[in-house]
Design a protein. Structure first.
Length: 290
């Protein structure tokens, strides 16, 4: 489908002709009315092997004593005695330990990712509740270590893929400082947040969008979504702008906290092609995206 020369009237929210558009989830707690310039990103984190890593502590020749209520807890085996191999990642199923990730020369395979249990973590995982940690090869003579690679944020989503885990194949959302089973067992929609001047250099041009149906509208077709138009599609749109009197045709534009302004640095998102020259609430500009 060609998206060149597509035209949108942002205040009305409907296309005159076809354009590349998509629906997104707004960043948590962010209001995104129509006309905001936003960038897209994913809230999905790379997969993990287990959901509740408890400890990699060295034991005295016997496995930890657990009950049925401890089902789902995971451990890195270290000196558990006969029948257990050091470096294996195992998970308690309520009655026995199941090997989820086999060791590689008595240590977990490099790159293995786990979520630390919410309470009671020990060994390398102490003080890292709910964080994602990755087993990493030591540099030079330094020992191999578990590295804290991700502090989860609200709305992050992750999938457990450990073979044989009771949570294998399940998706989890990070909400209210805890990992909870996702209502929707599928990858998340991309999320959008306001694009700022300082962040322009950090986001490819393909990540820039304009909101054409905001989450503040009572008639929105998707109560928890916003509809956006991709700026790199080569579209033309009309938008209300209180500084239309200063934005004459030919002015390059950038985004600052989601609002279009005269271009000063990084890369422009569009150019003014028509302005009614009016300051205040009645000001309007038509922009050709770039």
């Amino acid at each position: 489908m060609s998206n060149l020369n597509s035209v949108f009237d942002v205040p009305r929210g409907y296309p005159f002709t076809s354009a590349l558009e998509d629906n997104f989830e707004p960043a948590y707690g962010v209001s995104l009315p129509e006309g905001k310039i936003v960038f897209s990103s994913t809230r999905q984190l790379p997969n993990v092997s287990v959901l509740k890593m408890k400890s990699d502590a060295t034991l005295a020749g016997a496995p930890p004593t657990l009950t049925a209520d401890d089902a789902g807890l995971a451990f890195v085996v270290d000196t558990w005695g006969a029948g257990y191999n050091d470096g294996d990642i195992v998970e308690w199923d309520g009655t026995d330990f199941v090997v989820i990730v086999e060791n590689d020369d008595d240590v977990p395979p490099y790159g293995t990712r786990v979520i630390v249990v919410a309470t009671g973590a020990a060994g390398s995982f102490s003080g890292k509740a709910n964080h994602i940690m990755t087993y990493t090869e030591g540099v030079g003579e330094a020992p191999d270590v578990w590295v804290d690679t991700t502090t989860p944020a609200t709305m992050n989503k992750i999938r457990v893929t450990g073979d044989g885990s009771r949570y294998e194949g399940m998706w989890f959302d990070y909400h209210d400082s805890a990992w909870v089973t996702s209502v929707f067992q599928k990858p998340p929609l991309p999320t959008v947040n306001v694009l700022t001047s300082a962040a322009l250099a950090d986001h490819p041009k393909d990540d820039a969008w304009i909101v054409i149906q905001g989450n503040d509208q009572s008639d929105s077709a998707f109560a928890n979504l916003v509809t956006c138009l991709k700026l790199a599609s080569g579209c033309t749109f009309t938008i209300s702008h209180t500084a239309a009197n200063t934005l004459v045709p030919g002015t390059l534009l950038q985004a600052n906290a989601g609002v279009l302004e005269a271009y000063t640095s990084n890369w422009p998102v569009g150019m003014v092609i028509v302005s009614n020259g009016v300051a205040g609430s009645l000001g309007k500009i038509t922009v050709a995206s770039m």
